[in-house]
Write a protein that binds this ligand. Structure first.
Ligand SMILES: NC(=O)c1ccc[n+]([C@@H]2O[C@H](COP(=O)([O-])OP(=O)(O)OC[C@H]3O[C@@H](n4cnc5c(N)ncnc54)[C@H](O)[C@@H]3O)[C@@H](O)[C@H]2O)c1
Length: 318
């Protein structure tokens, strides 16, 4: 585990960011930069006096804000983003402003302050509807079907160009579906809210056969840090699992956890069976590359979902 580094985590109060900040702040000096549009201070509960954690409230869209930050970070973990894939089908500005312009501002800050390492959260959505599954990192052409996916692909291009021009080494991680404690959105979260309102019936977007591969947040952040510690070049790495879990399976696991029997699942049918326009029906990433780096997930897809269901439901009722 890395230690004694000075690390800036953008989006550090959000789901993945808070798990990363809580893990790293015991042995590193960590600054969380977040506008708290999605993240919360509560996520950083493990913060204590012995942990070295500083919190800066700010918006990555505001370039001037970066002047308030220190200039001697060893590493930037850039997670701040509009993380709601669905939003882009209604509002075409959000992904552009937060994800594209925001990431450009982060890179400009790094260039000016001569910070040379960045871990970036990209997404399986860059592949669009890949016809090779499990999808390897060198799959192409990448044709995203959401503005969110398009913004992440643009981000990757910027990161790679800053590597080429200025030597800022990017480790670009294309996440599958990450699940676990502190999650603020996503299928498990949505289902808990719906079932809390109505114990008898659960509305499921799409036709229920959508299947994705899920990775637990602990595996996600440990894999990122493993690659950071064991490589010297920039790279693009998928982070997912070798199995898939359907939305109906997730609904069943949650009903079991909540002690609910005979819940009627009502499928909306969605758009061609997808949950929403821009939703990819079947997604699974090749994990060959991350395994070559020597990282093997602790939990498979179903196990990740099962643990996340416990964690998320537990947090939502307490
Ligand atoms: N969770 C997943 O399954 C998944 C999958 C693929 C990629 N990702 C990417 O991983 C990263 C983290 O995702 P997450 O699931 O933790 O989402 P999240 O929404 O919980 O975290 C994002 C954080 O960024 C902050 N933020 C948003 N806009 C900001 C702005 N303009 N300035 C400063 N902070 C801002 C939010 O307050 C939040 O704390 C995102 O880049 C997301 O796109 C997540």
């Amino acid at each position: 585990m890395i230690s004694d580094e000075k690390i800036l985590i953008t989006g550090g109060a959000g789901f993945i960011g808070s798990n990363m900040a809580n893990l790293l702040s015991g042995s590193n000096s960590v600054t969380v930069l977040d506008d708290f549009s999605g993240g919360t201070l509560k996520n950083l509960v493990e913060r204590s006096d012995k942990n070295d954690l500083k919190i800066m409230r700010g918006d990555i869209r505001n370039r001037d804000f970066f002047q308030k930050l220190d200039d001697d970070y060893d590493l930037v973990v850039h997670l701040a983003a509009n993380s709601d894939v669905r939003a882009g089908s209604e509002d075409t500005e959000t992904d552009m402003q937060i994800n594209v312009i925001g990431t450009h501002n982060v890179l400009e800050f790094m260039r000016k302050k001569d910070i040379k390492q960045i871990l970036f959260s990209s997404s399986s959505t860059v592949y669009g509807e890949a016809d090779i599954i499990p999808t390897p990192e060198n799959y192409g052409p990448e044709l995203p079907i959401s503005l969110y996916g398009a913004s992440k692909l643009a981000n990757e291009g910027y990161l790679w160009s800053y590597y080429h021009y200025y030597g800022i080494r990017p480790l670009i991680f294309r996440f599958a579906n990450v699940v676990g404690r502190n999650s603020t959105h996503g299928v498990i979260h949505d289902f808990v809210l719906k079932l809390q309102k109505n114990h008898q019936e659960l509305e499921i977007l799409g036709d229920g056969s959508q299947e994705k591969s899920y990775i637990h947040v602990d595996d996600c952040i440990n894999a990122m840090l493993h690659v950071y510690e064991n490589s010297e070049k920039g790279d693009i790495i998928n982070l997912g699992n070798d199995q898939r879990t359907s939305v109906t399976t997730i609904a069943k696991m949650l009903c079991q956890e909540m002690g609910l029997k005979d819940v009627k699942f009502k499928y909306t049918g969605g758009v061609e069976g997808r949950g929403w326009k821009g939703d990819v029906k079947v997604a699974q990433l090749s994990t060959e590359k991350i395994r070559k780096y020597g990282y093997v997930n602790r939990l498979n897809s179903d196990e990740s979902v099962r643990l996340a269901v416990k964690e998320i439901y537990g947090q939502m009722v307490h």
